[in-house]
Design a binder for this molecule. Sequence first.
Ligand SMILES: [Zn+2]
Ligand SMILES: [Zn+2]
Length: 339
Amino acid sequence: MKAAVLHEFKKPLALEHVPEPKPGPGEVLIKVEACGVCHSDLHVADGDWPQFARITKIPLILGHEIAGRVAALGDAVHGLSIGDRVGVPWIYWTCGECESCREGNENLCSKQQITGVTVDGGYAEFVKAPASHTEKIPSELSSIEAAPIFCAGVTVYRALSQSKISAGQRLAVFGAGGLGQFAIQIGVSIGAQVTAVDISEEKLATASVLGAFRTLNASATNVVKEFRSTGGAHVAIVTSAAKAAYDTAFGCLRSHGTLLVVGLPSENICFPPIMMAAGEVHIQASAVGTRKDLREVLAMAAAGTLRCHVATGPLAQVNEVLEELRQGKIAGRVVLTPQ
Ligand SMILES: [Zn+2]
Ligand SMILES: [Zn+2]
């Protein structure tokens, strides 16, 4: 089968023919119809997150926003048939036995396998995955629409669920790209008053179309002052990987506000303790989501509440797409198709 393979960090992926995976017991073989390109893929390919570089399988097929069709079943697979449409998320497998799994936080499983990091992912014609950790795709969604939900969508959904933001509250979304677009739509559907902050007028225009109450261009506006004069944000979600976005977002919180850590800069982020105490602010981090989160966010998308603005490209263009993402030239999400 065709695949884009990482042989060495910081080098372009090699487009080559590799053997088709064989599903073992409990696994399914999936014919990939769409695979989203996530910002994390850049970090995995560059090896610049040391925590991931240590566990990255080399050679590796990247890609963890996979949507496709079951093409073959391993032994002892229940509940899936050949032809079913399923997706594979970042979390490829969890043990079900560790403390986190037993507490319902399988996204924090200490033994988890990660799609496109510790095992091969979806930048290929086929991928195999444990049937138990795939999720059926609702018929209302195309594979191209569904793919980004398997990382970007579920990540933002879990973060906002944990913040317990409610109708009428002010939500600040920092970064109006792939994840930010989901955050805006989820916020709007909850009834929150959403402000989108970005430095790209193109992304802010999309934010308005998606229902943002107000947009602020951080390169032209004093964002902290704008928020302070309107009462501050109950919740600020940072989907951008820029440290500067965190500094600004922290300043925009009202008392008892919550800063949601979703975008992951390589540098440390830090805040003045006196300001943290003065506002009794909450800082809440979030890591992708559980299978329950995934089912819930897929249902929202099937109901029409969530749409991801995607561009598509053939798998053969993966290196060009990664380079554009690196340069910040991609406004929404790019989904690759192997055909
Ligand atoms: Zn991702
Ligand atoms: Zn576990």
